[in-house]
Design a binder for this molecule. Sequence first.
Ligand SMILES: C[S@@+](CC[C@H](N)C(=O)[O-])C[C@H]1O[C@@H](n2cnc3c(N)ncnc32)[C@H](O)[C@@H]1O
Length: 597
Amino acid sequence: MSANHPNQQNIASRQGSDSNLRARGLQNTPPVQATSSSTNQASTSQKRTRNDVTTPVTGVTWSLSDTIPSLRNIKTNFKDNVNIWKTDGTSIDPKKVPSAIVVQAVVSTLKLKSNDRIQVVEKYEARLASGCYEARRAQENGSWKQEKEELLIPGLPSKKFSGSDENSQNQSENIVQDVFMHNSMPGSFYVLWEGWTSDFLYELSHVDVQQSASEAVRLAKIRDAFLDAFNAANGTGELDEFVAREKFLDWSVRMELNHYFWTFKDLSYFHSQLHADLRKGPIFYFSLAKDMQNPPNFTYTNVNVVREDAYIRCLGRLANQSFSELRGVVGPVSSWTACSRPQHCKCNQRALLAYGATVGGRVRLLQYNSEGLLQLENYDFDDARILVECSNTCQCSPETCHRRVVQQGKAVAIAVVNGSIGYGGYAAEPIKKGQYIVEYVGEMYLLKERRAKENVAPFKKMNTQSQTNIDFRLTETQRDEMPDVHELYINKPAKSKRGTSYEAGFSVIDERIVICASKVGNVGRFLNHSCDPNATFVEVHSRCFESDPLIPKIAVFALRDIAVGEAITVRYYSDGQMTDKRGIKCGCRDNCPNYLP
Ligand SMILES: C[S@@+](CC[C@H](N)C(=O)[O-])C[C@H]1O[C@@H](n2cnc3c(N)ncnc32)[C@H](O)[C@@H]1O
């Protein structure tokens, strides 16, 4: 640190000032309520005019109006005040956590309506996390404006307060965004405030920060431990300089308010805040290179953003029928819950009924063990398998049931780092075999029938080398053929990088439904392919309330223990699909002979 740097006096004058500490509140309180979507209008009923729909599986016919969810129909077995608790002591009301955002065509005969659980919007746009008060205020009043066009990322503040606003703003409730180690004073942290630029860093003692912003310190420790592990794994010392920049800050970075570095910090903070809203793990974005790359630019979502046609298709699936509608087909309701005897569970029975017929009765139901870890004995990539979680009909606790892992949101910390095959996702906390890692979330839409047939083999071909459970098989040309999904419903996408695909499909639940995380997605979009993966995609039925529509999910689970610093990888394709040399050379290891189609 240069003794004559103009900002030094600025920082020194604030150092250890109790009055500043009190005045600024030093709060690190994540938001309590999850409202990352764009519509909050509640409604209690949904009128439908559409004709009956016939399931292709059993020929059972029912009226769509019977299956449209509304809050009215949510019959919970919880006491009214039962909440899900987060690590910071705040709670989530599960009834107010959206289970999907439905993007409806402007011209639609159906006119879906929103409620707390299903939010119907015309267009999905990113927002700042609901608890980021200072950032919202700065967005209105701040004097600093983002100058670099490539750094205008949806959901990140484009305006902030800067040092020059110090005396003109009412600074009562500032929140700690990030803390960095002090290179020359081990007893101090540099503190970055939410909604403020880096020319307004404070230098505060560990004790003060630890007491008032313990969550920020906990996250900084996870970040720094990851960097050390990642650096050690790379072994050559090449990264030392960049790791030090992340942990200690450079003057050059601190004083250049438009530096890419700060956008990576904002991505980490605001995406982690959105995750904290739903009790999911934090995310850390890094560019460990001298010339930092453009940060990834996409709109963050915690829940699938479902196009109207895919939503209607989901409602029309047999799996969406209530138990009363299926009386006589699904066995009688027993007193066993799925938690105690999965084979007697009616949710499992219904899933087998719904998919067994489609895929020749060869669907395997995956199960959790009593610690909530997926049992993966005899795991075979080519098996047709799904996972069904408990819901409120099972009468078990949404808080403690070991079969509600995905809906409880207990996902791990993930770091996103750039490398030779683009960005990749890495374990920032140790992960156990069978542990839930993250959901793969994005825009959900239907493939056209013709393309679905071309691209997804019928189940009778399952269990052969050429079939995968979840795939990324759409080519650039095929995506270009996609009709108007983005134009009509979502922000128009920039052309994706040539050869880069973010589309994942289902093969058991519905081969026409695709989740695309290119423009709207979550951290799952960064998981790269490996021919020897340590994690796997699983098709999941998970809903807190039986009256929610059953929107299928894709979740990622660990196939083996994964250490901090290790890349989290999944298999997009089986070996037989990876021989065509016109594809992308697989970079999962040195000299891998395979090609991504
Ligand atoms: C779902 S994205 C993964 C994240 C991506 N690397 C990024 O930077 O955003 C899938 C794309 O990543 C790249 N990719 C993933 N795994 C790869 C591998 N093993 N070898 C080469 N490219 C890979 C390909 O471009 C692929 O279409």
